[in-house]
Design a protein around this ligand. Structure first.
Ligand code: KG4
Ligand code: ZN
Length: 352
């Protein structure tokens, strides 16, 4: 069964194809990162217009990459939320049109469920176990960390999720993006902070918000701590000291910030996994691309950890196709008047 998945919830137009064993046959991503970088964050109207331009060529390329014909697609799936309304509508309507044209079923997929199922998609360098073998191995603790979300989700059974806790304010990726802005680094901030923190000198640690007794998170206090320290060190606002900021100071502060986020995410995820008697941990979402986060979780966790390769961590169509495959296998079909978007993320994610 070949499933085609469409993802347009934010600033990536992506189409992926997986086969019935969850093997990724294609995963084409057209990113808008450079388009939005000049504004320091995502501009929703610009994003939806670009999706309109990109969706058709990206879809055609996915069919070519997969080495199949349109008639080999047996189901179509697309992200129906959460995300930016104008962006979601583009992928969702394209998917509905495609399913009507091909005469195959359509199902809408939750973006966060999609991120989780990115961990089950199989590529040449990843995915040692066939999808079927994993059915029955639960519960699994999933840490979903992206630009819009930070969630601890318990996968109780395939297709059955329980939200244990989420951020009360900023998402982890959003905090990376905002801290990067304070430090004068480019958008998206996560990869930039990781890059400059690599050879950083030791710096005074920043606080951790543990939110004890709950699986919830909070990152806005940490963001304020970065801002306050940047002010005290004379590197914020930019040009306040009259001269260019010392790269070593920026690097030290970036590392202190990253250490704090990683420590909180890893410690709380492992504690929740032990408490819920999980058989494994899954780390997904754009922030899962962070090297120190991956390394820390893998070294500290007593349970097996599954972290998809970079291309399956950030927004992509293959993870949506994978989640669609699970939904189809569970007998789900959406009818034609699905235009309910469960929750919308409106506005830019990286403005302070
Ligand atoms: O999942 P994603 O691609 O899009 C959303 O659904 O939000 O995640 C994007 C987020 C951005 O906030 C970006 O800064 C963050 O993932 N990110 C990283 C890294 N690469 C991307 N954060 C930390 N370290 C990274 N290497
Ligand atoms: Zn995402």
């Amino acid at each position: 069964m070949n499933v085609l998945g469409i993802e347009t919830s934010c600033d990536e137009t992506s189409v992926g194809v997986v086969d019935g064993d969850g093997r990724v046959l294609a995963n084409v991503v057209a990113t808008q990162v450079d388009l939005h970088a000049r504004y320091g964050g995502i501009v929703p109207e610009v994003a939806s217009r670009q999706h309109v331009l990109d969706i058709r060529p990206v879809c055609e390329q996915a069919i070519i990459d997969a080495g199949i014909d349109w008639g080999d697609i047996e189901a179509v799936t697309a992200t129906h939320g959460p995300g930016l309304a104008g962006s979601l509508i583009v992928g969702l309507n394209f998917a509905k049109g495609l399913s009507a044209a091909l005469g195959v079923p359509f199902v809408g997929v939750n973006h966060m469920d999609g991120h989780v199922y990115g961990a089950w998609a199989r590529t040449e360098d990843y995915g040692p176990k066939p999808f079927q073998e994993l059915v029955g191995e639960q519960p699994i603790m999933c840490l979903v960390v992206s630009g819009g979300h930070t969630e601890l989700v318990l996968l109780e059974d395939h297709g059955k999720f329980r939200l244990l806790g989420e951020t009360r304010d900023d998402a982890a990726g959003e905090a990376f993006d905002k801290a990067a802005r304070v430090l004068g680094l480019r958008y998206p901030g996560g990869p930039e902070i990781q890059r400059v923190a690599e050879n950083a000198p030791d710096a005074e640690p920043l606080p951790r918000a543990w939110m004890r007794g709950t699986d919830e998170f909070s990152f806005s206090g940490l963001k304020t701590a970065v801002l306050n320290r940047a002010r005290a060190l004379g590197i914020y606002p930019p040009g306040a000291s009259g001269e260019a900021a010392d790269p070593q100071i920026i690097a030290g502060l970036a590392k202190a910030f990253q250490d704090s986020v990683v420590d909180v995410l890893v410690t709380k995820t492992i504690a929740a996994a032990k408490r819920e008697a999980c058989v494994g941990i899954v780390l997904v979402g754009g922030v899962a691309a962070n090297g120190p986060l991956r390394a820390s979780l893998e070294s500290k966790s007593p349970l097996p950890v599954a972290i998809p390769p970079f291309k399956l961590c950030t927004d992509n169509g293959a993870m949506i196709a994978m989640s669609g495959l699970v939904n189809f296998r569970n007998g789900r079909r959406d009818d034609w008047d699905l235009d309910v978007i469960p929750s919308l993320r409106i506005g830019t994610s990286s403005l302070i």
